[in-house]
Design a protein around this ligand. Sequence first.
Ligand SMILES: [Cu+2]
Length: 127
Amino acid sequence: MKLRLFLAPIVALGIGLGACGGSSAGEGGYVQPTGPSTASIEIESGNLFYSPNKVEAPIGISKIWLKNTESGAHNLVISGVPGFILEVNGEGDQNAKKVELKAGSYDFYCTLPGHRAGGMAGKLIVK
Ligand SMILES: [Cu+2]
């Protein structure tokens, strides 16, 4: 009984965060695909840039790495993939997650204020 009472507010909080997060939802809402990845894609983040800023991936499950090359914090979200976010903080920090993608052209970008407009945006081509 105590456990149930304790969990209720946490669940409510989780739903609230998901609802207000929109396309840049936090880590809580994303579930990685369970199958093996067929490709590994590495993207470096720097001071308002990604390298490369145009990447290709095969249809299906890929593992995307974000590796930070400078002291700041950055992240990477993909348009059309709700909840997916890779976050890095500090030089040498890295983060990776699997994502299952259909054929198409996806935008990826950093959600920190000013970063996307400053140049932290790229294209992910899946084919
Ligand atoms: Cu950034």
